[in-house]
Design a protein around this ligand. Sequence first.
Ligand SMILES: Cc1ncc(COP(=O)(O)O)c(C=O)c1O
Length: 398
Amino acid sequence: MTIPIAERMTRIGTETAFAVSQEAGILARQGKKIYPFHLGDMNILTPANVMEAAIEAMKKGKTGYCPTAGIPELREAVAKDVGASHHLPLTAENVSIQPGGKPTIGKFIMAAMNPGDKVLYPNPGYPIYESQIEFHGGAGLPYGYKEGRSGFILDMEAIRKGLMAGVKILIYNNYQNPTGASSPKEEMEELARLAVENDLFVLADEAYFDIRYGGEPLSIVSFPGMADRTVILYTFSKKFAMTGWRLGAAIGPARFIENISKINVNDESCSNHFIQYGALAGLQGSSDGPDFIMATLKERRDVLVELLNSIPGIRCFQPEATFYVFPNVTAAMRRKGVPDVEEFRKLCLEETGVSFCTRRHFGRPLPGETEQYVRFAYSGIDVSQIKEGMAKLAAFLK
Ligand SMILES: Cc1ncc(COP(=O)(O)O)c(C=O)c1O
């Protein structure tokens, strides 16, 4: 007998970047030297005081269940941290601690979207938006990014079209994965204005809010009329190099956050108890914390962008945030006579060991897209390996 699988499972997506990781893993086991630019994971250690505080909490018996929305001290600390950076009067009531940043996406959609509702989401973008929208019976309307003068900019035309089609929810990821885009103030202001005018509910995915190399931090939630209609996805994963710890938060209007916490009770009861004390120590400051992490990432970004731009046929912006770059490789593909970007990726991997994702790992290409892009993550590879990998890629693409 074949056990029937529920119909909704035909609508759930995945992160195909993990498939690239597997492919690279197979080659590595066969003895091939791999330069891992495919996954947004980190090879930087979690700050020592975060680890010590978590171990101490364990020893003190913080090994049982804790409140479903998180320990009050951490909720308050997150409210204070995000309240200060976003100029908002946040309190613990506005914060629901989550096992990672990712759970906020599905829980937001479950709590905000009815089946059939239209949702604007970025494409190229983090693939979990589309997966969760479709899984829960919504209708996703993708909007893209275009090359501007110094970075990627929102395709406002696509957003306006979506609004005319009766969109209820907007998912907005600034600072953006995979393009590395940072919205200039005017762009964000316009988006906020449209959200208020069209009475949208907004998920602001701010997984990379603290991964900035310059400029003033900007959040859509800080614009007039936005605080009551926006939920922020917050995560400890990147800021404190804690990807495997699984800790984050949903931050927003108290009434909505209460509902998110009801889903916590149903899904996981509470987030891991003792690691919340580790995160609390991180927020109180560490010598090898965010400043050290950002200095490490910045050096990698500078080296990678310069080397990519020195390769004929590759054009790459230098993003002000995130740990991704999204170079245009259309000319390099043409030079090699490879018309398909996935084929190009596989060829580069096999011939040079340089492993990266392509635009296709971040959503189905949109009508009218002609340029080809790939994504390099530099969070899990040291400068010496970046240089070695880029030398091999340059030699291959010459
Ligand atoms: C845009 C974006 N949102 C959310 C997440 C999820 O973060 P976490 O690992 O904390 O669940 C990621 C992770 O890479 C991401 O890139």
